[in-house]
Write a protein that binds this ligand. Structure first.
Ligand SMILES: CC(=O)N[C@H]1[C@@H](OP(=O)(O)OP(=O)(O)OC[C@H]2O[C@@H](n3ccc(=O)[nH]c3=O)[C@H](O)[C@@H]2O)O[C@H](CO)[C@@H](O)[C@@H]1O
Ligand SMILES: C=C(OP(=O)(O)O)C(=O)O
Length: 450
C-alpha cells in the first residue's frame, strides 16, 4: 500500500511524454486471441496494472505473453481454454473484452461477470445483445456468462441502444470471424475504436467505417498475428494539459494528438488557456486568470467522461461558477466529497455539479475513489496550500505510467510513500523523493495490488 504526497505551489514547466493508450491497448491485447497463426507484436504497450491483468487473463486461456520495454508479444496459436476466471475479471472490467474474440475463435466461452464499480453499475446488455444477434446462445448462472454457437457466428445488423465503447469493441471483434457481413449501427466513435479496427485489419480482418456511427465487418475465415503501435493516451495527455494550466505553467505534452482532444482543447481555450498543437504534441501555457465554463460529458466526439474530474479541479481555480453535467456514468462525482476536504465548494444535484471557482484549496488527506478521481485530487494538490496525501493509489496505477515521476520532472513536489513511512520525515526536493521510491523492474508481470 502506498500514498502520493503532494506539496502545492510549484509551476510546472518542461516536456512530458505521453504513454500508449490504456483504452486502446486493452482491447488490442484481447483481440490478439483471434490470431490462429503467427505472433502479434504490440508496441507502446504501457506498463500499467491493467495491462498486466489482461495479459494474465490471456495466459490463463493458454496464450503465451512476453513483455519488456513497452513491447508485448502475444502468441495465441495454441489457446486451449475458453474460460476467463473470476480471479482476473473481477480486477478489471475490460477483461470482459476477451468474450468476443473467444466466442468467435472457440465457439464457446465462459466468463465471470465483470460486476459494477465505483463510477456506476456498468451493465453489459449491449454486448450480449450483439452476441445473440450473431447467433450465440447466452446463459447466465453462478456469476458466470456462458456463450455458445453451433458452427460459426453469422453476420447481422446490430443497433446499439447506446454508443457503448466496450460493446462496439466486443461485437466488432466477434464479427471478424463471422460468416457474412455485420453492421453495427450507433457504434461508438472513439479513437480507440479506430485503433482496434486498424489492428484487426492488420490481422487479416475486413473492418470498415470505424470512427463513424456505422461499422461494417465482413467476416473472414482465419486471422493471424500482426505488428501494431498503440496510439498515445488522450486522457493521460489531457491530465498533463490540466496540470500545466492549473499551475500557471508552460508544458509541452509530447505525443498528444490534438484531433483526439477536440473538446478538452475547446473547453480549456474557453477558460483562457493557451493551447498550441504541432505535429509532435501540444504546448500548454497559462498566464492569466481562468474563466468559468460549463461542461457536459458525452460519448466521443463529446467531452470525455474520463476527463471530467480533472477538469473539475481546473474549474475550482477559475473565476465564477461552472456547471458540470455527467451523462455517461450515473455515479461519477465521488471526487467531490474529497475535493470538499480540500476546502472546495461544489454542490451536487443528481447528475450535475455546481462548482464555485476561486477556491483557496488546502492540502488534506484524501482518497482516490477511482482512477480519474485520483488524478484530479493530485492536480488539486498541486495548487493547494500545504501538503496533500492521496491514498487509493492502486486505482491510479491502473491508468497512469509513472505519474509522480512525470510530474516531478516538470517541477512538481510529489512523491510516493509506503503507508508505513511517516510523511513528516520526507525530504523536500522532488529529486530526492523520486529516489526514495521502490525500484520496480519495468516488467515484473505483477500488478501492484497482488
Ligand atoms: C477500457 C475502456 O475503454 N474503458 C472506457 C470505456 O468503458 P466502457 O466500454 O465500459 O464504457 P461504455 O461506453 O460501454 O459505457 C458507457 C455507458 O453505457 C452504459 N452501458 C454500456 C454497455 C452496455 O452493455 N450497457 C450499458 O448500459 C454504461 O453503463 C455507461 O453508463 O468507455 C468509457 C466511456 O467513454 C470510458 O469511461 C472508459 O474509460
Ligand atoms: C473508467 C475508466 O476505465 P475502465 O473502463 O477501465 O474502468 C477510465 O479509464 O477512466
Amino acid at each position: 500500500m502506498s500514498k502520493f504526497i503532494v506539496r502545492g505551489g510549484n509551476k510546472l514547466t518542461g516536456s512530458v511524454k505521453v504513454s500508449g493508450a490504456k483504452n486502446s491497448v486493452l482491447p488490442i491485447i484481447a483481440a490478439s486471441l483471434l490470431g490462429e497463426e503467427g505472433v502479434s507484436v504490440i508496441y507502446d504497450a504501457p506498463p500499467l496494472d491493467d495491462v498486466i491483468t489482461i495479459s494474465k487473463v490471456l495466459e490463463s486461456i493458454g496464450a503465451s505473453v512476453t513483455y519488456s520495454n513497452d513491447v508485448m508479444r502475444v502468441d495465441a496459436q495454441a489457446i486451449s481454454s475458453c474460460e476467463a476466471p473470476y480471479e482476473w475479471v473481477r480486477k478489471m472490467r475490460a477483461s470482459f473484452l476477451v468474450m468476443g474474440p473467444l466466442l468467435a475463435r472457440m465457439g464457446h466461452t465462459r466468463i465471470s461477470l465483470p460486476g459494477g464499480c465505483a463510477i456506476g453499475t456498468r451493465p453489459i446488455d449491449q454486448h450480449l445483445k450483439g452476441f445473440e444477434a450473431l447467433g450465440a446462445e447466452i446463459n447466465l448462472g453462478q456469476g458466470y456468462i456462458e456463450a455458445k454457437i453451433n458452427g460459426r457466428l453469422r453476420g447481422a445488423k446490430i443497433y446499439l441502444d447506446y454508443a457503448s465503447v466496450g460493446a462496439t469493441e466486443n461485437i466488432m471483434m466477434a464479427a471478424t470471424l463471422a460468416e457474412g457481413v455485420t453492421v453495427i449501427e450507433n457504434a461508438a466513435k472513439e479513437p480507440e475504436i479506430v485503433d482496434l479496427a486498424n489492428y484487426l485489419n492488420g490481422m487479416g480482418a475486413k473492418v470498415r467505417g470505424a470512427g463513424t456511427g456505422m461499422i461494417r465487418i465482413e467476416g473472414v475465415e482465419k486471422m493471424h498475428g500482426a505488428e501494431h503501435t498503440v496510439i498515445p493516451d488522450r486522457i493521460e495527455a489531457g491530465t498533463y494539459m490540466v496540470a500545466a494550466a492549473i499551475t500557471g505553467g508552460d508544458v509541452y505534452v509530447e505525443g498528444a494528438i490534438a484531433d483526439h482532444l477536440g473538446p478538452v482543447i475547446a473547453k480549456m481555450e474557453e477558460m483562457g488557456v493557451t493551447i498550441e498543437p504541432d505535429e509532435n504534441g501540444i504546448r500548454v501555457t497559462c498566464d492569466r486568470p481562468l474563466k468559468a465554463v460549463d461542461i457536459k460529458t458525452l460519448p466521443y466526439p463529446g467531452f470525455p467522461t474520463d476527463m471530467q474530474s480533472q477538469m473539475m479541479a481546473l474549474l475550482l481555480k477559475s473565476e465564477g461558477t461552472s456547471v458540470v453535467t455527467e451523462t455517461v456514468f450515473e455515479n461519477r462525482f465521488m471526487h467531490v466529497d474529497e475535493f470538499h476536504l480540500m476546502n472546495a465548494e461544489i454542490k451536487v444535484e443528481g447528475r450535475t455539479a455546481i462548482v464555485t471557482g476561486g477556491a483557496n484549496l488546502k492540502g488534506a488527506k484524501v482518497c482516490a475513489t477511482d482512477l480519474r478521481a485520483g488524478a484530479a485530487l493530485i492536480l488539486a494538490g498541486l495548487v493547494s496550500e500545504g501538503t496533500s496525501e492521496v491514498s487509493g493509489t492502486h486505482h491510479i496505477d491502473r491508468g497512469y505510467v509513472d505519474l509522480a515521476e512525470k510530474l516531478s520532472s516538470l517541477g512538481a513536489d510529489i512523491w510516493r510513500i509506503s503507508v508505513e513511512e511517516p510523511v513528516l520525515n520526507q525530504p523536500t526536493s522532488a529529486k530526492k523523493k523520486v529516489e526514495l521510491e521502490e525500484e520496480v523492474p519495468v516488467f515484473n508481470i505483477q500488478p501492484t495490488w497482488v
